[in-house]
Design a protein around this ligand. Structure first.
Ligand SMILES: [Ca+2]
Length: 213
């Protein structure tokens, strides 16, 4: 009997893992196929993503050091004012609404230096969105934000989304932040950059989701 119970528990565990790893979108169409960073090519890179080393001595890797679902997450770490991002690009339909969300955790030792131009940010965790039409980048408009209470925003040509204070997780615990955007009529593509924005330490991301609602 204990063996049978063990099997049942194992099966239930597998089902739970399956449900969580595919990213339950209660409605809409998921654009990100490898949002849990589980599919890695023979160079150790996350399939479907690009890594950008922007500033400082920065490293971006897929790692099994921490994960929210599955085995892997992506880690951005470094020293000397490190700034780097993980990029996802997807096709969008103009006039449609998309929900962007990602889980993050951070392991950054203080004292923190105030990141340039973002004196109010927390944890050096940032999602940058860029929207394109057939001619190039469309300057962002805060009128596209569907629910302005989801995060903190800095709207320029690009939009910077940060976890709002009420969304901050504790160090080394996974926390979620999100934003919802109604695309302009001529939009054809979106680029999502998940950043460690000048954080001397580690930021992890897992379970990126971009859902067409
Ligand atoms: Ca994962």
């Amino acid at each position: 009997m204990p063996k049978r119970l063990g099997k049942v528990s194992f099966l239930v565990g597998c089902l739970l893992m399956l449900v969580s790893s595919v990213g339950v979108a209660s409605e809409g169409i998921e654009l990100v196929e490898n949002g849990s960073f589980e599919i890695v090519n023979d160079k150790g890179e996350a399939v479907g993503f690009q890594f950008w080393l922007a500033n400082g001595d920065v490293e971006i890797v897929v790692t099994d050091e921490a994960s929210r679902t599955g085995k892997n997450s992506v880690r951005i770490s470094g020293t000397d004012k490190p700034r780097g991002s993980v990029t996802f690009r997807g096709d969008v339909t103009g006039g449609e609404t998309y929900r962007f969300q990602v889980w993050y955790r951070y392991d950054i030792d203080g004292p923190w230096e105030t990141p340039s131009g973002f004196p109010w940010m927390g944890h050096h965790v940032l999602m940058r969105l860029m929207v394109y039409n057939k001619d190039g980048k469309i300057p962002f408009s805060d009128a596209w934000i569907v629910d302005p209470n989801e995060g903190w925003y800095d709207v320029r040509v690009n939009m910077h989304v940060l976890p709002a204070p009420w969304e901050f997780g504790d160090p080394n615990e996974w926390a979620l932040f999100s934003t919802t955007i109604k695309m302009p009529e001529d939009a054809i593509r979106v680029e999502v950059n998940l950043f460690n924005w000048f954080g001397e330490g580690k930021v992890y991301f897992d379970d990126l989701s971009v859902v067409k609602l």
